[in-house]
Design a protein around this ligand. Structure first.
Ligand code: PLP
Length: 376
């Protein structure tokens, strides 16, 4: 079955009790024990498992081609579960240097305090990846396309390097979603998503996803992280993300179409220094993204010749684009990433990140045109 069809149907069996087509939301925190006091394979307590989340996890495993999917209270909760899943004494983490700032902070606050050795390298540079993985490692953490520079990592090549170094490869595929990129088919061991973004799709739910290629020790540990560290989501969040999955494929097509139009427009503006969008033929990762992804995604960033002041002025002059963090919703967002990166900023001062929503691309281009004029 094709992705679009799976996305509409998996985990969507009509409710056995009522025949309802939309799945019920089971909010019960606890489930009745069987008369003999055990519950083999059955439900016990919401934090471990619940019927609404089961439907979502069945859909996620099918959409990623994985053996086991787990849903968490946020994308960062899924990151934390992954660190627990792969934890080992004397662990070495090789991570993408351009990746979600919140995960970098989580690594500083936890993984490094737990004694993990951490090397942050540009995994989009094959030579840097090869050098970093010439030594044994425990976990390789790739984000592609990356946040906020839209770097593209060669997942098939990286999975070989990671495995040769004795490591597991986890891919944060939040920007691409399974509609555009299938990391497990390229050799990754697990995939992570902030479901808060495109999966939910409407800027109204927090959630995180881990999908494992094998239902083995790492998946079990990730499940325990939900049960014992308590990283659980609410059933209502699971329900909203499941609903979002139904329309993920056509929404992604529209996000990609809009981003392509905006990137092309920005690339020919004199005020713009550089556009980071893998869909542009001149982009560094264009050919690789063309092989590894079915389209180039709805995220892009660009730098302005006028520096920080120009970037802030453009963000402030936009009308349709809302100046806010996050991504993947129906409405287009703009963000000066540097301003929200706290004590360890990495983004250039003159960079703006755009999440292209579902508005007509012509209106988005017109909004950017007037903002660039006003900010001169
Ligand atoms: N991964 C990426 C690539 C993200 O952009 C984000 C959030 O922006 C996260 C993970 C964390 O997700 P959440 O905000 O749902 O905790």
């Amino acid at each position: 079955m094709r992705f679009e069809t799976l996305a509409v149907h998996t985990g969507g069996e009509p409710d056995a009790e009522t025949g309802a087509i939309a799945p019920p939301i089971h909010l019960s925190s606890t489930f009745r024990h069987s008369p003999d006091g055990v519950h083999p394979g059955e439900l016990l307590y919401q934090r471990e498992d619940n019927p609404t989340q089961r439907r979502l996890e069945a859909a996620l495993a099918a959409l990623e081609g994985g053996a086991r999917a787990l849903f968490y209270g946020s994308g960062l909760a899924a990151c934390s579960a992954a660190l627990h899943a792969y934890w080992r004494e004397d662990a070495r983490l090789v991570m993408q240097n351009d990746c979600y700032a919140g995960f970098q902070a989580q690594v500083r606050h936890y993984a490094q305090r737990w004694g993990w050795r951490v090397d942050a390298v540009d995994l989009a540079d094959p030579e840097a990846a090869r050098t970093a993985l010439a030594r044994p490692a425990t976990l390789v953490w790739a984000e592609t396309p990356s946040n906020p520079l839209l770097r593209i990592v060669d997942l098939a090549a990286l999975s070989e390097l990671a495995h040769a170094a004795g490591a597991r490869l986890l891919v944060d595929g939040t920007f691409a979603t399974p509609a555009l990129q299938q990391p497990l088919a390229l050799g990754a061991d697990s995939v992570l998503h902030s479901a808060t973004k495109y999966m939910g799709g409407h800027s109204d739910v927090l959630g995180g996803v881990l999908v494992f290629a094998e239902d083995g020790a790492a998946a079990r540990n990730a499940f325990y992280a939900r049960e014992l560290v308590g990283l659980a989501a609410s059933p209502f969040a699971a329900w909203l993300v499941l609903r979002g999955l139904r329309s993920l494929a056509p929404r992604m097509r529209a996000h990609c179409q809009g981003a392509r139009a905006v990137a092309r427009f920005l690339a020919q503006r004199p005020e713009v220094e550089a556009v980071h969008y893998p869909g542009l033929p001149e982009a560094a990762g264009h050919a690789l993204a063309g092989r590894q992804m079915s389209d180039f995604g709805g995220m892009l960033s660009f730098t302005l010749r006028g520096g920080r002041e120009a970037a802030l002025a453009v963000a402030g002059a936009l009308v349709l684009f809302v100046n806010a963090t996050s991504l993947g919703g129906c409405e287009s967002l703009v963000e000066h990433r540097r301003s929200v990166e706290g004590a360890h900023p990495r983004s250039p001062e003159n960079l703006l990140r755009l999440s292209i929503g579902l508005e007509h691309p012509d209106d988005l281009v017109a909004d950017l045109a007037q903002a660039l004029e006003r900010a001169r």
